[in-house]
Write a protein that binds this ligand. Structure first.
Ligand code: ADP
Ligand code: MG
Length: 312
């Protein structure tokens, strides 16, 4: 029986789905496995001093699954919540096997790790059900986006399909996750924002939506009492005037500044917006550290040497 180790701080790392498929990449499985090496090497090292939870996005992957089934007319289509479950399996598998290899490389042979199918409760009355807002899948040309039989929006990366994205209310498996973390398991969970479900009497039923992984990670970090929350994406941090000549990546950001820049439109919905919102929520509700950084700089961010830290 493994002993509980309350001394090691709990570090929650949220990996971006876009960090697994980099800008301009096709997104083959070889590319995704290669892209994961750098973050997983760092996470493997961090297991020495921290208890670790990994959450991950699935925007590109779940959008690709949706397209795959639309390309094929001969098999029944699956609803979005089943596709989210599929991405928890596919990405969880890549993370688990990749991390295992990196741990072995460091000579850490007996580290228990587990990837957990996770459900997240959403509110059926959430106004987000009325308007698709979360970009998923590949980038389209303007012409292809206009001709698509589903809603699309223009993002910083180009045109993308959008789906509804209700707010996470609670992570169903939080007790199990707390137990596993208590035993110093590395836990991979809440993949793709978690499988969205609503309560129906005593049961749960899945809904056709994709929850934002940054917001669910903040919720989980709070529910399990994480100490440090790292949001790892494909940029070195949150910038003001993003994409413009006077773009500036911020090293730290107070709650008040974050709210002000958000209002001014520096952090768009569906990309940087939810990361800032997630960091603010975590800092407001539990007062520990929250940093937005790139997947290359996870360790540096933990050491306060990189990223955008949201502070009180
Ligand atoms: P992830 O898969 O990591 O969640 P997202 O695409 O959702 O990735 O969010 C990261 C993206 O946010 C970056 O690639 C960048 O294009 C975009 N972005 C928008 N506004 C900003 C900003 N102010 N600072 C940095 N990145 C921004
Ligand atoms: Mg995202």
């Amino acid at each position: 029986m493994m002993s509980e180790n309350p001394k090691k701080e709990i570090l929650l790392v949220a990996l971006g789905g876009n960090a697994l498929i980099r800008k301009g990449q096709e997104g083959t499985v070889e590319q995704q496995i290669e892209n994961l090496k750098l973050p997983l090497q760092q996470i493997a090292t961090l297991t020495k001093n921290y208890r670790i939870i990994i959450t991950h996005g699935n925007g590109p992957q779940v959008g690709n699954l949706l397209l795959q089934q639309e390309c094929c007319q001969t098999v029944p289509k699956l609803p979005l919540e089943i596709l989210v479950a599929q991405t928890q399996g596919q990405i969880g598998y890549m993370l688990e096997s990749g991390l295992d290899a990196e741990l072995m490389e460091l000579g850490i042979n007996a580290k228990p790790l587990v990837s957990l199918i996770s459900y997240v409760v959403v509110d059926e009355k959430d106004p987000a059900f009325r308007k698709p807002s979360k970009p998923i899948g590949p980038i389209f040309s303007e012409a292809d986006a206009k001709a698509a039989p589903y809603p699309t929006i223009k993002t910083a990366k180009g045109y993308r399909r959008v789906v509804v994205s209700p707010k996470p209310v609670t992570v169903i498996e939080k007790r199990e996750i707390r137990k596993l973390i208590g035993m110093d398991f590395v836990v991979i969970c809440c993949g793709g924002g978690g499988i969205p479900v609503i309560r129906e009497g005593r049961a749960f039923s899945g809904v056709d939506a994709v929850i934002d992984k940054d917001l669910v990670s903040a919720k989980l970090a709070e529910e399990i009492g994480a100490d440090i929350f790292i949001i790892a994406t494909d940029e070195d941090g949150a910038a003001i005037n993003y994409g413009k000549a006077d773009q500036k990546i911020l090293r730290s950001l107070t709650l008040e500044e974050a709210a002000r820049y958000m209002l001014k439109g520096h952090f768009p919905p569906g990309s940087m917006g939810p990361k800032i919102e997630a960091a603010m929520q975590f800092i407001t509700n539990s007062g520990k550290r929250a940093v937005i950084t790139s997947i290359e700089k996870i360790e540096e961010a933990v050491k306060r040497e990189a990223g955008t830290e949201v502070v009180k």
